[in-house]
Design a protein around this ligand. Structure first.
Ligand SMILES: Nc1ncnc2c1ncn2[C@@H]1O[C@H](COP(=O)(O)OP(=O)(O)OP(=O)(O)O)[C@@H](O)[C@H]1O
Ligand SMILES: Nc1ccn([C@H]2C[C@H](O)[C@@H](COP(=O)(O)O)O2)c(=O)n1
Ligand SMILES: [Mg+2]
Length: 232
């Protein structure tokens, strides 16, 4: 069972040896972040670190998450990938139709897949890529898991560049075509700002300029996670 922790701790600096009243603090470059406390059996020794990774289609979330996971020892959970793996399951037709049309799958379905993946991992550090896509996603995650992320990365990329990258991606995805991309971009531009506002107000947002080489972009990402390393 998870327990939500109020953000009282956002005023306290992280100290390597300190876990105050069960609340570990991670001091990132721009914000002090309260960590959720987990009282279940999965994270016996460590509190989980949860990072949400946001950005439009083709902004480079997956590419950067692979590098972050390799460099900083996070488990990378892509919401889109978890959904794609479910296409042959009982709810598969809903998922496939929704993805093919460029819409967003009902939140309970996605959140339960994320929860299951977290529960089956030995790790306590999670990058949750492509989530939350909207306020409903965010609220459903909080309701089902009872926690908020420690930090949120937002890969900010111009639409023109995102379209170019998606159409050049040759992974055989049913949503990598111009019509679906247009719908995805429209929904992204309508829904993502609400999520961004929410995390900005909570001091958790790290906006990254997603234009440049993969390494240039990773150079902006690295400091966000370097503070996390100091906790080991
Ligand atoms: N900085 C970059 N410059 C140019 N191309 C890039 C860059 N980063 C990633 N790409 C390429 O752009 C495409 C999209 O990247 P990626 O799959 O990481 O995006 P994404 O944000 O995960 O997209 P989606 O939301 O559709 O899954 C891929 O083919 C990837 O190799
Ligand atoms: N929170 C999410 C994440 C993904 N989806 C669906 C809809 C997306 O177009 C598709 C692919 O996701 P991506 O790999 O681009 O992150 O998966 C969703 O409904 N909800
Ligand atoms: Mg992706």
């Amino acid at each position: 069972m998870w327990k939500r922790v109020v953000s009282l701790s956002s005023l306290i600096s992280y100290s390597k040896s300190k876990a105050t009243y069960g609340v570990k603090i991670w001091n990132s470059p721009s914000t002090l972040i309260s960590t959720p406390v987990y009282y279940g059996t999965l994270f016996k020794e460590k509190n989980p670190l949860i990072i949400f990774v946001l950005g439009g289609p083709g902004s480079g979330k997956g590419t950067q998450c692979i590098k972050i996971a390799e460099t900083f020892g996070f488990t990378h959970l892509s919401a889109g990938e978890l959904l794609r793996k479910e296409i042959n399951s009982e709810n598969g037709h809903i998922i496939l139709d929704t993805i093919r049309e460029g819409h967003i799958v009902p939140s309970e379905l996605t959140v339960n897949l994320i929860k299951k993946a977290m529960e089956s991992s030995d790790n306590y550090k999670f990058l949750i890529d492509g989530f939350p896509r909207n306020e409903e996603n965010r609220i459903t995650f909080e309701r089902i898991l009872g926690v908020e992320p420690n930090a949120v990365l937002f890969f900010d990329c111009p639409e023109e560049e995102m379209v170019k990258r998606v159409l050049n991606r040759k992974e055989g995805r049913v949503d990598d075509n111009i019509n679906t991309v247009k719908t995805r971009l429209k929904e992204f531009s309508e829904l993502n700002p609400h999520v961004i506002d929410y995390y900005t107000k909570r001091g958790k947002l790290h906006k990254i300029n997603a234009v440049g080489t993969v390494d240039d972009i990773f150079d902006q990402v690295r400091p966000v996670f370097a503070a996390c390393e100091a906790m080991k």
